[in-house]
Design a protein around this ligand. Structure first.
Ligand code: NDP
Ligand code: 8X3
Length: 250
């Protein structure tokens, strides 16, 4: 894996940041994407001790900004071997009849369309080289719908469908495509979902949630399998979680 180049979206926090740290340990060159420049700078400074790092600041909702950012990569970062489509969040947790339309737009625009824009910008060079590995971060919410999860679950069901579609279409090119679908991971996810409300603090209380590093290690395992092995779809829960709504809490 040393010397390969990975582009990670949503690298400023949570799963994306932990994945950047894990990849850096293995000497994978990193293109780190997000909107918070200060964080990109801090993470770049820390990881540059271990590997080469380049940062791109763009909002995945913005089609032109996404294409321009990826087109602007310098020659030594232009060849992307591994794409981790991770940027995403839930916005709100409301029954469908009370749902906030701006929240719906955010989830579909970021989790679904943003993933498509980034993929569209990266895939042509993979098909040309006939190699590459794409991992889409789905969710247990892409496998199962839960109360008030409506649009977030729809966005993650779409991520799984897009992953399957990519795997089929990119099969002739020898490109690996897979989805990693975590259950509850303790990140800034709930702060974003609940817009900073104190209720977010309770989401990870009373049991041991997955940590972003747990998912990062699984992602590294996935990308480091021999060339004939593609982990196509993986569902990962904390031990205390049996489904989206069954969680054993103390
Ligand atoms: P965090 O909130 O910690 O991280 C989300 C990341 O996405 C940040 O780096 C953020 O960067 C980036 N991001 C959000 N919106 C945009 C945007 N419009 N444009 C560019 N980047 C954006 O959450 P997680 O690490 O938990 O989430 C990562 C992925 O994992 C998401 O796809 C989420 O749905 C999925 N997931 C999370 C689970 C959990 O329980 N935490 C469980 C299952 C799946 P910035 O704000 O700097 O742009
Ligand atoms: C994040 C996990 O259960 O909040 O995708 O949807 S959940």
């Amino acid at each position: 894996m040393k010397g390969k180049t990975a582009l990670i979206t949503g690298a400023t926090s949570g799963i994306g940041r932990a994945t950047a740290e894990e990849f850096a340990k293995h000497g994978i060159n990193l293109i780190l994407c997000g909107r918070r420049q200060e964080r990109l700078d801090t993470i770049q400074q820390a990881l540059e001790k271990e590997t080469d790092v380049y940062t791109l600041n763009f909002d995945v909702r913005d089609k032109d900004a996404t294409f321009n950012a990826i087109a602007s990569l310098p020659d030594n970062f232009k060849t992307i071997d591994i794409l981790i489509n991770n940027a995403g969040n839930a916005h709100g947790l409301d029954p469908i009849q009370n749902g906030n339309v701006d929240d719906w737009d955010a989830m579909m625009d970021i989790n679904v369309k943003g993933l498509l824009y980034v993929s569209k910008a990266v895939i042509p060079q993979m098909t040309e080289r006939q190699s590459g590995h794409i991992i889409n971060i789905g969710s247990s919410a892409g496998k199962e719908v839960y109360a008030k999860g409506n649009v977030y679950c729809a966005s993650k069901h779409a991520v799984i469908a897009i992953t399957e579609g990519m795997r089929i279409d990119l099969n002739p090119f020898g490109i690996k495509v897979g989805a990693i679908n975590p259950g509850l991971v303790e990140t800034e996810f709930s702060q974003v979902r609940f817009k900073g409300d104190a209720v977010a603090d309770n989401v990870y209380k009373g049991y041991k949630a997955l940590q972003p590093e747990d998912i990062a290690e699984i992602i590294y395992f996935t990308i480091s399998r021999p060339s004939h092995v593609n982990i196509a779809d993986l569902l990962v829960f904390p031990t205390a979680q049996a489904s989206s709504s069954i969680i054993s809490k103390s």
